[in-house]
Design a protein around this ligand. Structure first.
Ligand code: SAM
Length: 663
């Protein structure tokens, strides 16, 4: 017994507290319930291992962590009345019985229900009643419930369970594939008719079988269909039913629709072009909400670090070290110097006003193209904190001087003209700054992060321009790895609870492994690296459009033009959304497993960057991808419009002429 108590305490410490379960009552209940008495005979010695175990009827007793996670998500109070669906061994019901006033648990296998009843009685947990039956119908005679925990994965959320929640009640349920991964959801009943929804990451449960769940063979039960949705409808009918319409950007409900991603460490918001107003406005509305209501304090964008740092100083009211250049002066200026970004920047500054420095939301750039400004900013910083070190750095960076304005020629020069490489110097300089963190960062950690990132950027950029000359995947991979590592440094600088929203093109934030880029060209990207590092705590949201206008150039360094976007091709994902008739809305793939499966087969997807060439659109802008694997969700706008650039010739009326975009 003492031996099991020891194992139990260790399980609580390592598997639960160590993984982020914080609720002390949940940790206490997990430390109290003897799991060894709920496993099959002969499995006692494995009772505190970190996994599910088999029980009778080809079912499982859930992994301790999952039981704790669901109990924590349910926020159980001592007076609560709880329903658990899927009694299995009775273990999770026993844990709930320690946290709530009364627990009803229902199991479809009579044999399992009988054994669970005996176990619970033997231990003396007398506030727990076991029922036999189909839990997808709930337990109407005992409703309403303060919490409902479903321990098996269904294809959708059964309405019967939502209806049996008390107002304020929480339903915790895994929804997704049959014998496949599901998404753990919490549905909170806000009023008679309103429900909020949040996600708690990917899980894997046995199937929920019943009238409002799966049929035994893995098809959906006949009654489990949203009225009006044909059972085997066409793909466009299924998309039409699954796309959730969204209100206008200014309606607070727009941002609130993204609360489901709020538990993520990083929410990555894409775009299908660099010049579309709706994409920027949607990202602005989502990000404002996540900052205001959900504790996100980092906005990290596909922009050059030193340029974004100027915006960050403006929005966080930080001081500048030395002279700085106006941000975003280089091609393609409209990508950040546009009315939608300016409005968002003004909002950030206002939001931060009056808040202590640690509470302010910051604006950061992930990209490495503006090496010249990084060198200038870093030297300015060193001049102010350590003039001797500044002199050494000046000498070291001197070897880059001939290429600072046109760094793309550096690779060729190194290769063909026998120039000395700057690699060793820039690396040494970067290492030296990083070792000075204790001295430099004490008074002003934000300026130190800025300087350290500039030093890292110069080292990455030196290598980037050197290898860019060869073309191929290596320079793309270096750039995306640099952007991903920069994101990591920004998150680290704000501690373990920091959360970031990333704004970058779909080609950077959609998991490259499920696109031609990854599969054929061996390219990786930020989205893939985030999934590998943060798993379920990264949410990848792609954006798409059918037609409209876009701000773009015909050639690199060319003039910005407002161009018509051709209607999407008949063989593209975009055309499916268009044919589905949705003007705008969000499709979360894991919410509808049959649709997700039908969309898996790769199709064409359109990628417009800063260049748009409608005449060679297929070759220049379409690539194959598997959309539901590339992204977790897809935000759709059927018709979109070009951004309004901020420039003397284009300044729209009503946009204030202020720093940092002042012209
Ligand atoms: N909570 C359990 C425990 O702690 O041991 C684990 C349950 S196991 C993962 C899922 C259980 O859900 C299985 O015993 C399965 O028979 C049951 N189940 C599946 N569909 C059900 C339904 N419609 N109604 C009631 N029980 C169901």
């Amino acid at each position: 017994m003492a031996h099991f108590a020891q194992l139990r305490n260790r399980m609580v410490e390592v598997q639960l507290a160590g993984r982020g379960i914080r609720d002390r009552r949940v940790l206490g209940a997990m430390a109290e319930v003897p799991r060894e008495r709920f496993v099959e005979s002969g499995f006692e010695e494995f009772a505190y291992e970190d996994g599910a175990l088999p029980i009778a009827g080809a079912q499982t007793i859930s992994q301790p962590y999952i039981v704790a996670l669901m109990s924590e998500a349910a926020e159980l109070n001592p007076a609560d009345k709880v329903l658990e669906v899927g009694t299995g061994s009775g273990y999770a019901a026993a844990v709930a019985s320690r946290l709530a006033g009364a627990v009803h648990t229902i199991e479809r296998h009579g044999d399992l229900a009988r054994v669970a009843t005996q176990r619970l009685a033997a231990i003396g947990y007398d506030n727990c009643v076991v029922h036999t039956g189909d839990g997808t119908r709930g337990l109407p005679e005992e409703a309403p419930f303060d919490a409902i925990l479903v321990a098996a994965g269904g294809p959708t959320i059964p309405d019967a369970l939502k209806e049996q929640l008390a107002v304020g009640g929480r339903l915790i349920i895994p929804v997704g594939g049959f014998e496949d991964e599901q998404l753990l959801l919490r549905i909170t009943r806000r009023s008679e008719a309103e429900y909020d929804e949040e996600t708690f990451g990917a899980v894997r449960f046995v199937p929920l079988i019943g009238e409002h769940g799966w049929a035994e063979d893995g098809t959906r039960s006949a009654s489990n269909h949203v009225p009006g949705r044909a059972r085997f409808g066409s793909l466009t009918e299924m998309i039409s039913a699954a796309v959730e319409p969204l209100p206008s950007f200014d309606d607070p409900a727009f941002g609130a629709s993204f609360d489901r991603f709020a538990r993520s460490r990083v929410v990555l918001l894409g775009e299908a072009s660099h010049g579309t107003s709706e994409f920027y406005r949607a990202r602005g509305a989502i990000t404002r909400h996540l900052i205001e209501k959900q504790g996100f304090k980092i906005v990290a964008v596909e922009a050059d670090w030193p340029d974004a740092a100027a915006i960050d100083r403006y929005v966080r009211r930080r001081v500048s070290h030395g002279p700085t250049e106006k941000p975003f002066e280089r091609f393609p200026t409209w990508m950040w110097r546009n009315a939608d970004v300016a409005a968002f920047v003004e909002w950030m500054r206002k939001h931060n006003e009056g808040k202590p420095a640690s509470e302010r939301a910051g604006f950061f750039g992930l990209d490495l193209y503006n090496m010249r400004s990084s060198v200038a900013a870093l030297l300015g910083y060193l001049d102010s904190v350590d003039p001797e070190a500044a002199a050494v750095a000046r000498e070291r960076y001197g070897c880059l001087t001939p290429w600072q304005r046109e760094p793309s020629t550096y690779g060729r020069a190194v290769l063909t003209e026998g120039y000395r490489k700057c690699e060793a110097e820039v690396l040494r300089q970067c290492q030296e700054i990083l070792t000075k963190e204790l001295d430099y960062a004490a008074n002003d950690p934000d300026s130190f992060l800025d300087a350290a990132q500039n030093a890292r950027l110069i080292a990455s950029a030196e290598r980037y321009y050197r290898i860019m000359y060869y073309g191929g995947a290596e320079s793309w991979n270096l750039r995306d790895t640099h952007m991903f590592e920069t994101l990591g440094h920004i998150l680290d600088a704000q501690g373990t609870r920091s959360k970031a929203v990333v704004w970058a093109h779909n080609s950077h934030i959609g998991d490259a492994r499920f696109t031609e880029m990854g599969a054929v060209r061996d390219e990786l990207n930020i989205g893939q690296l985030c999934r590998e590092k943060f798993a379920g705590a990264a949410s990848l949201i792609g954006f798409g459009t059918h037609t409209g206008t876009v701000a773009a150039a015909s050639d690199w360094d060319g003039e910005m033009e407002v161009m018509r976007v051709r209607p999407s091709r008949p063989d593209s994902y975009e055309r499916l959304f268009h044919d589905a008739g949705a003007t705008s809305g969000l499709l979360e793939f894991r919410r509808d497993e049959s649709l997700r499966r039908r969309l898996l087969e790769p199709r064409l997807e359109r990628f417009i960057g800063v260049i748009y060439r409608p005449n060679t659109e297929l070759q220049s802008h379409y690539a194959e991808a598997s959309l539901p694997q590339q992204f977790d969700s897809f935000l759709w706008f059927n018709e979109t419009h070009a951004v309004s650039p901020l420039g003397p010739q284009h300044r729209p009326t009503g946009v204030p002429d202020t720093y940092p975009f002042g012209l």
